[in-house]
Design a protein. Structure first.
Length: 229
């Protein structure tokens, strides 16, 4: 399963890349609003640090506006995927960007049928939002399971990218459901690294190693007695 980082923070992307676990990045207007600079500048930098797809989201609500923004993002770097919201206009924009050879990520998917439509329109990535469904007392993972099965059964070219991930259990369940990608905030990526028994185990091994070192340099009690004569 591929792991993307859901962020526009350059330091977080650098860290995940150093760990060797970064396959791509998703951004959106809310994530960009948390960092400074221009969206173009941030995207360019993210693209140089990221081996795989980097999603850049359009904000226009009409097809021509989405196309204009999408073509512009695609000109910034070869690994840009244009993120387009699920809507009637969004589907048309995805279809036309696909015809032009521009890769797209259909976002704000909340049902398997929306995902199916996005795949038919040509989206390379389908982004169902698991956390926002859980937030309104729905079972977000059901949509992930349904969409992953539809992609598998019908051999669709699109990949399911699980978005709106809130905790590590979402990642495990998404992987078991057959989703190809999970895009996770840095907080969740760190939670995936750690386990209380791992962390306490590291401390205990270090302490025991230190005790062994101290014992090795301390003189044997018998040698001390002989020396005292
Ligand atoms: C990523 O593609 C989505 O925009 C993001 O995961 C949404 O997450 P949120 O529901 O935590 O805002």
């Amino acid at each position: 399963m591929k792991l993307f980082l859901d962020t526009a923070e350059i330091d977080e992307i650098r860290t995940a890349a150093r760990w060797g676990v970064l396959d791509g990045v998703t951004t959106n207007p809310s994530l960009f609003a948390k960092v400074g600079g221009t969206y173009d500048g941030v995207l360019r930098e993210i693209c140089t640090l990221t081996p795989g797809p980097v999603s850049a989201e359009v904000v226009a609500d009409d097809v021509e506006g989405m196309l204009r923004e999408g073509r512009h993002f695609a000109s910034l770097a070869p690994n840009i995927f244009v993120k387009v919201p699920m809507s009637e206009e969004g589907l048309e924009a995805i279809a036309r960007l696909t015809e032009e050879g521009i890769k797209t990520n259909c976002t704000l998917i909340f049902s398997a049928n929306q995902g199916l439509l996005a795949a038919k329109a040509g989206a390379s990535l389908l982004s169902p939002f698991v956390g926002r469904l859980d937030d309104i007392n729905e079972e977000g993972m059901t949509v992930i399971r349904e969409l992953a099965s539809i992609v598998e059964i019908h051999g669709l070219a699109a990949e399911v990218l699980v978005a709106s991930v809130r905790h590590p259990r979402h990642v495990t369940d998404a992987a078991l459901a057959g989703a190809q990608i999970a895009s996770v905030p840095m907080k969740v990526l760190r939670q995936m690294v750690h386990h209380p028994l791992t962390d306490s185990g590291i401390i205990r091994f270090r302490e025991d190693w230190q005790k062994a070192q101290t014992a090795a340099i301390a003189p044997e009690p018998s040698a001390v007695a002989t020396a005292r004569g």
